[in-house]
Structure formats: C-alpha cells, structure tokens
Write a protein that binds this ligand. Structure first.
Ligand SMILES: [Zn+2]
Ligand SMILES: [Zn+2]
Length: 276
C-alpha cells in the first residue's frame, strides 16, 4: 500500500496512458498505490479536482494557489477558506516560496500569498502543502509565525538541506521526497532519506513532473511513487513494505480529513502493523 501524497491529476500529460485518467489511476492501483492527494495549482482548478475526487473513491484534494502561478488578483484568506470548505479539501496548497524563479512572481508577492494561505490553513485547522525552493529563511520564518504546530503540513518535493528539514520537523511538519531522490546527482537527498526519522517522511510523484529513474524524461505518473519508496528502502536498508506502511500511516496522521476515506484493506494493514 502506497500513497501518492502529491500529484497533479488535472494536469497529467496526454502521453500518460493516452490522456486517460482512469487508465492512469488503474495502473497506479495495480502497483498498490491506494490513495492519491490531487494538488491544486490555482483556486479555479478546485471544482474540477473535486469532480475527479467524486468519480474516484481514492482521490482527495487540496485547495490553494501555487507560488509561481501569476494570478490576475490575489485570493484573500476568505476566498481560500471558502473554496477549501466548499469542495471538502483535506489540505491547503500548494503554496509557499520559490525564489529560484522569482522573475515570474516577485518574492514579495509570493511572501504575502503564502502568509494568507498559512492563516487560512490555521483557521480551518487543515495541514498545508508547502512548495519551497531557495527560500529557506523566509519559509521557516513564516512557518514559525503562522503555522499551527499541532496541525502542521508538509514540505513537498523537498530538495533543500538537512538543517531546514530538521527545523521544519521541529515545527510539526513532514518532509516529502519525490523522484528527485533517485536522480544520479541527488546524494544529499539520499542522505536525508537515510537520516530523517521514518515517521516524518512522505512520498510523492508531483506527476506529471519529475519522473524518477528509470523513467526520466517521460511524463511522470502516480504508479511511479513506488520507485521513490524503493529508493528510500534501499538507502535505509529496510524493506519496501516497511517504507510503504510507515509513509501511509504518516499520510493519514497528517491529512486527518482523509483518514475516514482510507480503503478498508489499508486501515486493516495499518492496524495490524500497530501504526494506527
Ligand atoms: Zn511544488
Ligand atoms: Zn506540485
């Protein structure tokens, strides 16, 4: 049982199973991926994501505006909360700071936008899905000031340093590893995969982006979250099953609103392993 904790199901490439979402999800299910968190890039995408979740019992969704998406008008705290509430989002995001690409959305705009998402998440007591790149100080500052450590969230597709990961964990956050961990030049991420506490790790694809080895260059798909789990298992010298169980338990611990939707066999498996 694996969970893809971060995929963009509304943006999958038409090269992925001929653009057929059912076939793409079926391929993932056949690989024992039993839950998908479909992540919003804009608030306007949320109704469509909600439709996907309605059609697929194993899909839950988030609501938010990506830091690099240039928006005509910035969503208010109220608008973020209303959308999340109306469409039963289990998380806020993705939101955050990406100073690597700050020419598309200036840093100060990203900063204010992230702050509003954090406040909305705190008000709704929903975890936040954070995108962070080359913005360590500001990201941690905003998490310290505005995130509720009891609710927390996840630093998704994490590619920053150990220091930042440990501080985020201290603030109640989880660290999610993507296919990047399998890349040849990702030694520092594999070190994270070995050293971070297993009960704080999540796995994701961020599909259709960032396909793992051996699928690099292809549009990514949720089935390949298994490669991420296998890489972590190899680094830690433990079984893939253990990584799968633990990251699945972590997922439902963090995204509490998704827990009642967990498939019965997953709930039983976790209970047997003493993880719930
Ligand atoms: Zn992201
Ligand atoms: Zn994403």
């Amino acid at each position: 049982m694996f969970v893809d904790s971060h995929c963009h199901l509304d943006r999958l490439s038409d090269k992925t199973h001929g653009g057929d979402l059912n076939a793409t999800l079926d391929a993932a299910r056949a690989a024992e991926v039993s839950q998908f968190l479909a992540i919003a890039v804009t608030l306007e995408d949320v109704p469509n994501l909600a439709r996907i979740a309605r059609d697929h019992h194993d899909v839950v969704i988030s609501a938010g505006l990506h830091p690099l998406h240039s928006a005509e008008h910035e969503p208010s705290i109220d608008a973020i909360m209303k959308t999340a509430d109306q469409y039963s989002a289990v998380a806020i995001g993705e939101s955050g700071l990406d100073y690597h690409y700050r020419e598309s959305v200036p840093a100060d705009v990203q900063y204010e936008r992230f702050k509003r998402h954090l406040i909305a998440a705190r008000e709704l007591e929903l975890p936040i899905v954070v995108h962070t790149r080359e913005a360590k100080e500001d990201t941690l500052k905003l998490l310290r000031e505005h995130a509720d450590p009891q609710v927390g969230g996840v630093l998704h597709c994490f590619s920053e340093d150990m220091d930042m990961a440990r501080e985020a964990i201290r603030l109640g956050f989880y660290i999610s590893l993507s296919g990047i961990v399998t890349f040849r030049n990702a030694d520092s991420l594999r070190e994270l995969a070995r050293k971070l506490p297993l009960d704080r790790l999540l796995i994701e694809t961020d599909s259709p982006y960032l396909a793992p080895v051996p699928y690099r260059g292809k549009p990514n798909e949720p089935a390949w979250v298994v490669e991420v789990a296998e890489c972590i298992a190899k680094e830690r010298g433990i079984s893939v099953d253990e990584v799968a169980m633990q990251t699945t338990a972590n997922f439902y611990r963090l995204f509490r609103a998704a827990a009642p939707e967990a498939p019965a066999h997953v709930r039983e498996g976790l209970a047997q392993a003493g993880l719930v």
